[in-house]
Unconditional design. Structure first.
Ligand code: CMX
Length: 444
C-alpha cells in the first residue's frame, strides 16, 4: 500500500476520539428525552421495536431492509472493490466490507488488498484446535463444532491477556481490534476443517497465493470454481450484519459487555445463530424442500404450485413454521433474498431447485396471508441461500449455518470493537414479574 494511504489501525485510531465525542454529545443533548414507550406486549413479546440498543455498524428498516454504515446492498455492489479491483467487475469483497463496517469508509483497492494479506497472516490455528476438531464425534452438529472450536482458540486472546495485565480502559480497543481480526481470519480455517472432517476425507485444501479471503475459503473447503468464489463473496457480505437486535448480534454484544473477550463473545452469538428461528433456518429450508419432494414423489406427483400449497398447509396445520419466511422486523421481501435471486437468474436460471424456490415465492406470501398469523408473509435471507450452494454441489445442508456464522462474525465483532472503543457499559435491562405488572397498573 502507498505511504499516502493510512492503515486500518491508523484510520481507527484517528476516528475514536471523534466518535467518543459524538456519543458524549448524544448523551448530553438527548439523554433525558424519551425514545419510544415500552408496552406490556413488548415486555412480554420479545422486546420488538424497543429502542434500547446502541449499534454502530448497520441499521434495518422494515420496508427497505438493511443498510451497512448507511449503504444498501445494491450500493455496496457498486462501491466496494471486487476481486478484480473495479467494483463493477464482480461481487464485493468481504474484506472491503469489514473495512467499511469498522471505519464507515469505503476502502481503496490497495487498502482492501492489505486487509486480505493481514487476515491471511493471522489465520493459523493454535496447535490444540485441529486435533480437537478431528476428535469430535461423527454426527456432532457443525454449529456445535464451530462454537467449541472458537472457544478453544480463546487461548490466543490478546484482550484477555491485556485486561489481566492491567491495560487501562481507554486502550481496550487495541487488543480488541487484534482479537477481532484474528477471529475473522481463523474462521475459514476452522469452518473448512469442520466441513472436510464431517463430510469429506478430512483433508483441507491449500489455497494458492494471490487469492482473496472468500476464494481461499472455497479452496480449503474443496471448491475450485470462479462462479462459486463469486457466490461466496456475495454470501459473506450479505450475511455479515443485520443491526444489533437480532439474536446473534445481540448476544455477542451482551457477552462482550461483560468484558468477556471477542472469542467468547462471538462464540456465544453463534450459539444463538444455531437456533431454527434464526440462522439455522437456512438448513431447515432445504430440509423442507427435500421433504416436499419426497412426499409427492412417492405419490408420483411433481412439485408445482398445487403440491407446494398442499404441503405448506400441512406444515402450518401441524403447527410448524414455514422456514425462510417471516421476519421480526422486515415487512417486505428481504433485499438479501432479492440479491441472491439476481445471482441465480444470472448464473443458474434453469436450475431445477431454483425453479422450486421461485415457485414457493409465487405462492407462499398468499398462503401465509390467508393463514393470518405472521406479520410478514415474505421470504427472508435463509429462503434463498441453500439453493445457490446446492447448485455448485454443496449439498450438506446441515452445514449451511456455519457459512452464515463465518459471515456474521464480521459484523458482530466490528460492533464489539466499537463497544470497547466507546466504553459502552455492561448491558443489564430491567426485568419484571407478573405481580410487578399487575401492581404497577392496579395501583395507578
Ligand atoms: N410460518 C408460520 N408461522 C409463522 C411464520 C412462518 N414463517 N412466521 C411467523 N409466524 C407466526 C409466529 O410463529 C407467530 O405465531 P404465534 O402467535 O402462534 O406465536 C405469529 O406468526 C406472529 O409472528 P411474527 O410477529 O410475524 O414473527 P416473529 O417476530 O414472532 O418471528 C420469525 C419472526 C423469523 C422467528 C418467524 O417469522 C419465523 O419463525 N420464521 C420462520 C423461521 C425463519 O425463517 N427464521 C429465519 C429468520 C431470519 C434469520 O434470522 O436468519
Amino acid at each position: 500500500m502507498s505511504n499516502a494511504e493510512p492503515s486500518l489501525h491508523e484510520v481507527l485510531a484517528n476516528q475514536i476520539p471523534a466518535k467518543q465525542a459524538e456519543l458524549k454529545e448524544l448523551k448530553e443533548k438527548y439523554g433525558d428525552k424519551v425514545l419510544g414507550n415500552v408496552t406490556v406486549d413488548q415486555c412480554i413479546g420479545g422486546g420488538r421495536d424497543v429502542k434500547s440498543l446502541y449499534y454502530e455498524t448497520s441499521l434495518l428498516d422494515s420496508e427497505e431492509g438493511i443498510r451497512f454504515r448507511g449503504y444498501s446492498i445494491p450500493e455496496l455492489e457498486d462501491l466496494l472493490p471486487s476481486f478484480k479491483g473495479d467494483p463493477k467487475a464482480g461481487a464485493p469483497l468481504p474484506e472491503a466490507l469489514i473495512w467499511l463496517l469498522l471505519t464507515s469508509e469505503i476502502p481503496s483497492v490497495a487498502q482492501t488488498a492489505q486487509l486480505t494479506e493481514e487476515l491471511r497472516s493471522r489465520s493459523k490455528l493454535p496447535a490444540h484446535v485441529e486435533p480437537m476438531i478431528r476428535a469430535f464425534p461423527k454426527g456432532m452438529h457443525p454449529m456445535t463444532q464451530l462454537t467449541i472450536a472458537i472457544n478453544a482458540c480463546q487461548t490466543e486472546s490478546k484482550f484477555y491477556k491485556a485486561y489481566h495485565d492491567g491495560t487501562p480502559k481507554t486502550d481496550y480497543w487495541k487488543p480488541v481490534l487484534e482479537d477481532t481480526l484474528d477471529v475473522i481470519a481463523k474462521m475459514p480455517e476452522i469452518a473448512a476443517l469442520i466441513y472436510r472432517c464431517s463430510f469429506k476425507d478430512g483433508i483441507v485444501g491449500k489455497p494458492g497465493p494471490g487469492l482473496d479471503y472468500s476464494a481461499s475459503f472455497c479452496r480449503m473447503l474443496g471448491y475450485d470454481n470462479p462462479d462459486f468464489d463469486e457466490l461466496m463473496r456475495l454470501y459473506l457480505v450479505i450475511h455479515s450484519d443485520h443491526e444489533g437486535g437480532n439474536a446473534s448480534a445481540h448476544t455477542t454484544h451482551l457477552v462482550g459487555s461483560t468484558l468477556a473477550d471477542p472469542y467468547l463473545s462471538i462464540s456465544a452469538g453463534l450459539n444463538a445463530l444455531a437456533g431454527p428461528l434464526h440462522g439455522l433456518a437456512n438448513q431447515e429450508v432445504l430440509g423442507w424442500i427435500q421433504d416436499l419432494e419426497a412426499n409427492f414423489k412417492k405419490e408420483g406427483k411433481e412439485v408445482n404450485r398445487d403440491t407446494i400449497t398442499e404441503f405448506a398447509w400441512d406444515t402450518l396445520n401441524a403447527k410448524k413454521v414455514i422456514p425462510g419466511y417471516g421476519h421480526a422486523v422486515l415487512r417486505k421481501t428481504d433485499p438479501r433474498y432479492e440479491c441472491q435471486r439476481q445471482f441465480a437468474l444470472k448464473y443458474m436460471p434453469d436450475d431445477p431447485l431454483f425453479k422450486v424456490v421461485s415457485t414457493i415465492y409465487e405462492v407462499m406470501p398468499d398462503i401465509l396471508t390467508q393463514h393470518g398469523k405472521t406479520k410478514n408473509p415474505y421470504p427472508n435471507v435463509d429462503s434463498h441461500s441453500g439453493v445457490l450452494l446446492w447448485h455448485y454441489g454443496f449439498t450438506e445442508y446441515n452445514y449451511y449455518t456455519v457459512l452464515f456464522g463465518v459471515s456474521r462474525a464480521m459484523g458482530a465483532l466490528s460492533q464489539v470493537f466499537w463497544d470497547r472503543a466507546l466504553g459502552m457499559p455492561l448491558e443489564r435491562p430491567k426485568s419484571v414479574t407478573a405481580e410487578y405488572i399487575k401492581k404497577y397498573f392496579d395501583e395507578k
